[in-house]
Design a protein around this ligand. Structure first.
Ligand code: ATP
Ligand code: MG
Length: 262
């Protein structure tokens, strides 16, 4: 199992889009995957088209990371025809907000404890909220790799830098196994001189941590999300281009051997 925390300290840069895109790539490839929706906005849960109602959500799992509670909070994605174990979702909810103030070591380890009880997934994707509160920290403590999402814009470059420093600081404290996977630049427009400049700037600052290819800005993202459909099944050139980019990034994620035994 490899656990990837998808985070950024900025809102709206594409964390959920990257989580959904990687989940779409994993589904196309038959990799058993769990998406954990750590964001109280629960956008990933919506995007993954979960039909089944559940008594519990990730908030209950964080409070009580036992097998029974996990089973009650996990539902299959409609993308996988509601078939369990293919692409599952640990459901998000507003109640998760209560855990954003978690600071005690035991609370911070709750998700890591829960994931050790579901070893049958090969990939776990954590969609984090847009801040470095208790929820994101809890997510990163459970992660093998941190994937930082950024836009090719000046304020986002600074935010990516802060996010990488936060990963490094967690690695030196609560999460010694955590490593950065890299920075994924989203909504990239090749024709924009500003975007090209910012991508080069980031490459100068962060070197190989800036992952290639950047994700292009395409209306297929919003369209496929609006239709709660995986981007790999979205028709047209834009969908195919995004699917190919997510395939490349999934390869990288799966090559990142888990850095600890569970
Ligand atoms: N590559 C892209 N091309 C076009 N639209 C995009 C792209 N990436 C994201 N978007 C759109 O931008 C909006 C924000 O994206 P998303 O919800 O993934 O960001 P987020 O970082 O998860 O936001 P939040 O911080 O609120 O959780 C969404 O409407 C999404 O459809
Ligand atoms: Mg989001």
């Amino acid at each position: 199992m490899v656990v990837v925390g998808v985070s950024s300290l900025k809102g709206g840069v594409g964390k959920t889009t990257v989580t959904l895109g990687l989940a779409s790539a994993a589904l196309a490839r038959g990799v058993p995957t769990l998406v954990v929706d750590l964001d109280p906005q629960a956008d990933a849960t919506t995007g993954l088209d979960v039909a089944a109602r559940r008594e519990s959500t990730v908030a209950d799992v964080l409070a009580n990371p036992r097998r029974g509670e996990i089973a009650k909070a996990v539902a299959p994605s409609g993308w996988a025809g509601d078939q369990p174990g293919v692409l599952d979702v640990m459901l998000g909810s507003e109640q998760t907000l209560d855990h954003d103030y978690a600071t005690r070591p035991r609370a911070m380890r709750a998700l890591a404890t829960a994931l050790s009880k579901v070893p049958w997934y090969d990939l776990v994707l954590l969609d984090c909220p847009p801040s470095l509160g208790g929820l994101t920290r809890t997510g990163l403590v459970a992660s093998d790799r941190a994937l930082v999402v950024s836009e090719p814009a000046i304020f986002s470059v600074a935010a990516a830098d802060r996010a990488l420093r936060a990963v490094e600081s967690l690695r030196r404290s609560e999460a010694p196994h955590l490593q950065p996977l890299g920075i994924l630049v989203n909504r990239y427009r090749e024709r924009s001189p500003e975007h090209r400049y910012r991508l080069e700037e980031m490459t100068g600052l962060f070197g190989p941590l800036v992952l290639r290819p950047p994700l292009p800005d395409r209306s297929a993202v919003q369209q496929s999300q609006g239709a709660t459909t995986p981007v790999h099944r979205w028709p047209g050139h834009g969908g195919a281009e995004l699917a190919a980019a997510f395939d490349t990034h999934l390869d990288r994620v799966l090559r990142a051997a888990p850095s600890r035994a569970r």
